[in-house]
Write a protein that binds this ligand. Structure first.
Ligand code: GLP
Length: 250
């Protein structure tokens, strides 16, 4: 694991966008795995800025989003599909056919999940996967105790996640109780992974991700087994980490 501790949210966003830009410059038709949540918003803004300055071309880039609430269609303002179009896709020159989102209102979940996995494979696998992290250490929507070999699947959200994510809805009742997510197996097959976290709320999850023994109780600990993981965190999220040789301060 490469761990970068940066001074604040803006620096985290900038560093992450720079790594994505490097990936796209290295391979024009890179396959990106994208995350939602408040954490990557600054990174997406930075990617848009790079595109507007003519530094980045997304015309051959392929994207797969990590997850989607089950029961929300892309027209729903809290759906992750809606979020992605609003925050990133409509501002850059990605081709519509290269954007892949899970359909939260599919009638056939098994089929949806299988097709998503097949499409990832057909596109040569994910080159670079972006991840945020839940307060309980979940990645995508893979909640504690979900086995590490899962593929794209339907999950029940924990009360903790429903409560944490209710800040985007009018009330807790409105938060969907299930989601479709790439599995941990899917995520671990990505060639490279970047995990982002900022703020005090994430300190425990980050400390466990890096220092705890690998356990399904803290899904993100599985990343310790991946060869190409970069964790970019701000000072606040890193406050429980002891400084050692693995940690870069920017
Ligand atoms: C959701 C998403 C995760 C995301 C997490 C953290 O649960 N499924 O992919 O990492 O929220 O969100 P935030 O970045 O808003 O803290």
């Amino acid at each position: 694991m490469r761990i970068m501790i940066v001074k604040n949210y803006n620096e985290m966003s900038y560093q992450a966008a720079q790594l994505i830009a490097d990936q796209i410059i290295y391979k024009k038709n890179s396959v990106l795995g994208l995350a939602t949540g408040s954490t990557p918003i600054g990174m997406y803004k930075e990617l848009i800025r790079k595109f507007q300055k003519g530094e980045l071309d997304f015309s051959q880039v392929v994207t797969f989003n990590l997850d989607e609430y089950y029961g929300l269609s892309i027209e729903h303002p809290q759906s992750y599909g809606f979020f992605m179009w609003n925050i990133l896709f409509r501002h850059i020159n990605l081709k519509r056919e290269n954007v892949h989102l899970l359909n939260g209102v599919t009638k056939n979940i098994d089929n949806e999940c299988r097709q998503y996995e097949d499409l990832i494979q057909k596109n040569g696998g994910i080159d670079l996967q972006i991840l945020g992290i839940g307060d309980n250490g979940h990645i995508g929507f893979n909640e504690p105790d979900i086995s590490f070999d899962t593929q794209t699947h339907l999950v029940n959200l924990t009360t903790k996640t429903i409560r944490a994510n209710s800040r985007f809805f009018n009330n807790t009742q409105e938060v969907p109780k299930q989601a479709i997510t790439m599995g941990i197996g899917t995520i671990m097959r990505a060639k490279k992974i970047i995990l982002l976290a900022n703020g005090k709320r994430k300190t425990k999850a980050i400390e466990r991700t890096i220092n705890s023994p690998i356990t399904t109780k803290v899904p993100a600990t599985v990343l310790q087994l991946h060869k190409e993981v970069t964790i970019i965190i701000d000072k606040a999220a890193s406050s429980l980490l002891a400084s050692d040789g693995n940690i870069f301060f920017n």
